[in-house]
Design a binder for this molecule. Structure first.
Ligand code: G3P
Length: 472
């Protein structure tokens, strides 16, 4: 009998499951899509029941795959990594009330803009973040205005369901993305709860990332009583999995949006997030990009291509974008520009512009946005560790290294969040792990043309400036 941790990674576009041994070997994986709807401009919703069903499908498919391809597997623990900031509301019987308000949803942008500046000051001091419609608190307020519900981030919803509706718990790193959690005091902040008018009773209790989150109950395919030992936010789980814990290291996760994180010694009141909380808090500076994989998917669709793979293949047929720049501010600009009223633009086209140049501009846009954040990281960056679905594109990774002027190390397993949280689970169970040290990376060295890099970065900066609505 092989012992394994069942790691679930619930993301914006799909739910993944992996069975991972104490040595970090992946016995089986499975994935199930999750629907997403945009009923109005700026509204991005998911269905909480569908989301849970997709997790169940991923789990059962993964277990079935394992049973047909390897020795019998004993699931010793469950580990959970989840999309962040998105909010679910559910009633006392565990039934969802209303849609999941996705992290990309900006329906509360106007409400946020009307908050007094004292709230933004408080948010910065207590959370290291800033008031923005992406974060959970305004979404919770929106749901609570419509029903008397429990509210929580996706980790809390899944813990609730995995435990047969027994537990109402959330993990500290996920809580740190709500705007309600005091990231220094490591507890819900009474002042912030008051500022956003969210009652404490509606919120789950916060636990450290490896504190234990109850045991499984009534989960099809899984025995009752399996402990949920580790929970991390997905981007944070990738940082854990990448072994990105020393100053000078940074990781970029290329998902629907992108997240760049670099560890810092302690809390700083600007761009800071709680990566995880174990025996001590691990803080990180983070920049969130609203649209990266989403920009590639949008461009593929626009050009009538079947998928992002076809887009990057088309982009690779031309040596450059020939001055074409795509600024994918479809829902405004996130870090470090923070202008949610800005809108997307495609600039620099001439009569010789082809579909391939537009495809190339989309790839460039993903890399430029990462550079905009790494440019703000203090100190010297030795390299960037990359993960997430889009890292399979050698063109994107090479473009990233070229624009960065530093090597990029792409993880051998692109979807690393599940492995990251599985590693934390095994560590919690007393195993010695250190998997990142044993992992191999595909390293992309920058082309040494600094002049070209400067010109392309300047073109990008000019295009970004042209879409801004709020002054920089
Ligand atoms: O902050 C949002 C992020 O957690 C979403 O991740 O993997 O679904 O793009 P992903």
């Amino acid at each position: 009998m092989v012992q394994a941790v069942l790691a679930v990674d619930q993301g914006t576009t799909n739910s993944k499951a992996a069975l991972v041994t104490a040595a970090g070997h992946v016995l089986a994986t499975a994935s199930a899509p999750v629907g997403l709807s945009t009923p109005r401009p700026g509204w991005v919703e998911q269905d909480a029941t569908d989301l849970w069903q997709s997790v169940l499908t991923a789990i059962t498919t993964c277990l079935t795959t394992a049973s047909s391809s390897s020795a019998a597997v004993e699931v010793v623990a469950v580990a959970l990594s989840t999309q962040r900031e998105s909010v679910v509301g559910w009633d006392r019987s565990g039934e969802p009330v209303g849609p999941v308000l996705g992290w990309q949803d900006v329906r509360t942008a106007e409400w946020c803009a009307q908050l007094p500046s004292s709230v933004d000051d408080l948010v910065r001091r207590r959370t290291g973040l800033r008031v923005d419609a992406m974060f959970s608190a305004p979404k919770m307020r929106w749901l609570l205005d419509r029903s008397d519900a429990y509210v929580g981030t996706v980790d809390a919803w899944l813990i609730h369901r995995l435990t047969g509706c027994q537990e109402h718990l959330t993990e500290a790193g996920n809580a740190s993305r709500t705007l309600l959690y005091d990231t220094l005091e490591l507890d819900w902040s009474t002042e912030l709860l008051e500022a956003f008018n969210v009652p404490l009773a509606a919120l789950p209790d916060v636990r450290p990332s490896n504190a234990g989150f109850g045991v499984t109950k009534d989960v099809p395919g899984l025995a009752d009583g399996i402990p949920i030992v580790a929970v991390l936010a997905d981007s944070h789980a990738a940082m854990y999995g990448q072994g990105c814990t020393q100053a000078g290291m940074a990781k970029a996760t290329y998902g629907t949006g992108s997240s760049v994180m670099t560890p810092v010694d302690g809390f700083v009141p600007s761009g800071c997030t709680l990566a995880w909380l174990t025996d001590r808090p691990m803080y990180a500076l983070e920049g969130n990009i609203v649209s990266s994989g989403a920009a590639l998917a949008w461009t593929a669709d626009l050009l009538g291509l079947p998928n992002v793979g076809a887009l990057t293949a088309l982009a690779a047929t031309v040596p450059s974008a020939e001055g074409v720049v795509l600024v994918p501010a479809f829902a405004g600009l996130g870090a470090p520009h923070w202008d949610r009223e800005a809108r997307a633009a495609l600039t620099g086209m001439s009569s010789s512009t082809t579909r391939a140049h537009i495809a190339r501009a989309a790839v460039d846009a993903v890399a430029h946005q990462i550079c905009d954040i790494t440019d703000t990281i203090p100190g010297t960056l030795s390299s960037l560790r990359a993960d997430g679905g889009a890292t399979v594109s050698a063109l994107l990774m090479q473009t990233q290294a070229d624009l960065l002027g530093h090597p990029v190390e792409a993880a051998d397993i692109p979807e690393i969040s599940a492995l990251g949280v599985a590693e934390l689970a095994w560590t919690t169970l007393g195993e010695t792990t250190g998997w990142a040290g044993k992992r191999s990376f595909r390293t992309f060295e920058p082309e040494p043309d600094a002049g070209d890099r400067g010109r392309r970065r300047a073109e990008w900066a000019q295009a970004v400036a042209s879409v801004r609505v709020r002054p920089a």
